[in-house]
Unconditional design. Structure first.
Length: 472
């Protein structure tokens, strides 16, 4: 990673003085916050969940979930479990929804370090564990074993509310019997560096875990439980979110092996891991899915941005959840989209006598296949590639950012790109193409003054990409 002299280089970066660009960035920051607030677990559960007639009920549009609460006469316990980047916010919302009507007996949270302060501010008997992310480590295994100890021996009269969000796969990790944590770490890192999409990566994680792929559900039996989830995966598939700790998952060993072979991963896996991956498991049960609700997703975030932008009289093109190909492919698409706007006659971009700004928005998890040794994340990498494609194009600004506030192993959520980004990197004395080739988008965007930083958001519904053109 080439970061030497970054402080002095930043001092030479020219300020972004174009009024339209500055205002456009401010707008994109505001729209990002609108998106994040719409999928904040604390807000969602506090608004849409409550205790009614002896049940905890969640109802948001067509999404509904009910959990009968234990009565004093039964001696049953109400226990809460939260796993993932958004677990602390979900716990806050759950406590608000239960209020003084039926407070839980106890709770356990497994969160990343960025959410620890929020978790420890919550009231009540809550055990807080900190796991490793994005790769599982010793802290993740300790957190997973603490979860097993917390569950202990459930009873039929007990009730569990499980809250799940992105990041749970890495934060909570107990390897299956026969493999070590080192084996699981090695296999996961190989798969990540090979660019496996999240569906395939989580299939690998499920197969190697004692908790995921229904492992937690089996440990909770015979108690009743429901799962509420914030989805960061394509299609909001319960068998993929958090690697499905509360849902049994089908496992096709032939397909798994073929996928890993196609990406050059299979032959490099430890023999013990290969053996586990070749074993067959059961299919999901419909009854499990009836006890599961996705309470916030990328669709909710995109819709919130659309509504707000239209309220501001901005023309909106909603592209939906479409960012699941390589960042290279998507960067080319954004370049073509913005160039086409530039070539549109001014008369076609006006309403009456006023010129209207245009916003494009999309979401997903684009894939980066690592080649170099720099720092960054998929959102920063995409932003830098877009910057290359729109170099010299005026009156446009793009923001690519993770909704969790953290993009890869960096302190940034993502990055901005405009027509001068590429030139600003050069003005700072660096070669943007060389930084891109080394996967060092973080350094490149820092040199341009284009990193997008925000505090940890306490939610996670994958990435947002927004482009604004003609904003005044």
């Amino acid at each position: 990673m080439a970061t030497g002299g970054l402080g002095s280089a930043l001092a030479t970066v020219p300020a972004v003085t174009d009024v339209n660009t500055v205002d456009a960035r401010s707008l994109l920051r505001q729209l990002y916050r609108v998106a994040v607030d719409s999928v904040d677990g604390a807000r969602v559960l506090a608004r849409y969940a409550a205790v009614r007639e002896g049940e905890w009920r969640f109802e948001r549009g067509g999404r509904a979930l009910h959990l009968s609460l234990p009565t004093p006469a039964s001696g049953g316990r109400l226990r809460l479990i939260g796993l993932g980047k958004a677990a602390a916010a979900l716990m806050e919302g759950a406590l608000a929804s239960l209020s003084a009507v039926h407070p839980p007996d106890d709770a356990l949270l497994i969160v990343p370090a960025a959410a620890e302060a929020q978790a420890r501010r919550l009231p009540g008997r809550i055990t807080v564990c900190i796991g490793d992310h994005p790769l599982p480590g010793a802290a993740s295994e300790a957190a997973g074993r603490a979860l097993m100890e917390f569950i202990g021996t459930p009873r039929a009269v007990d009730r569990y509310l499980v809250m799940l969000s992105g990041g749970a796969s890495a934060l909570c990790a107990v390897p299956k019997a026969g493999i070590s944590l080192a084996d699981k770490q090695f296999a996961t890192e190989l798969a990540m560096r090979a660019g496996l999409p999240i569906e395939e990566l989580n299939a690998l994680r499920r197969a190697l875990s004692a908790i995921k792929g229904g492992g937690l559900a089996r440990r909770l039996a015979p108690a009743q439980f429901v799962t509420v989830a914030i989805s960061d995966v394509r299609g909001d598939d319960p068998t993929v979110i958090g690697s499905a700790p509360t849902v049994e998952c089908a496992h096709d060993p032939i397909r798994v092996v073929q996928r890993l072979q196609a990406r050059g991963v299979w032959e490099r896996l430890p023999p013990a891991v290969q053996l586990i991956l070749q074993q067959q498991t059961t299919a999901p049960a419909a009854a499990q899915l009836s006890r599961y609700a996705v309470i916030a997703s990328l669709d909710d975030a995109l819709e919130a941005v659309r509504v707000e932008a239209q309220r501001r009289a901005i023309t909106v093109h909603s592209l939906g959840r479409t960012l699941y190909d390589s960042t290279t492919v998507h960067a080319a698409e954004w370049r073509q989209r913005l160039l086409a706007w530039r070539q549109t006659p001014e008369s076609d971009r006006t309403v009456g006598s006023a010129s209207r700004a245009t916003l494009w928005l999309a979401g997903g998890e684009p894939v980066v296949t690592l080649r170099g040794h720099g720092r960054g994340g998929r959102a920063q990498h995409l932003a830098l590639q877009v910057a290359e494609g729109i170099a010299g194009l005026s009156s446009v600004c793009v923001l690519a950012a993770g909704t969790d506030g953290r993009d890869g192993p960096t302190d940034a959520a993502g990055g901005f790109a405009d027509g001068e980004t590429w030139a600003r990197i050069r003005a700072a004395g660096a070669d943007p193409a060389a930084l891109l080739a080394n996967d060092d988008s973080h350094t490149a965007l820092a040199l341009a003054g284009d990193l997008f930083r925000t505090e940890a958001t306490a939610t996670n519904v994958a990435d947002l990409v927004m482009a604004i053109a003609g904003y005044r």
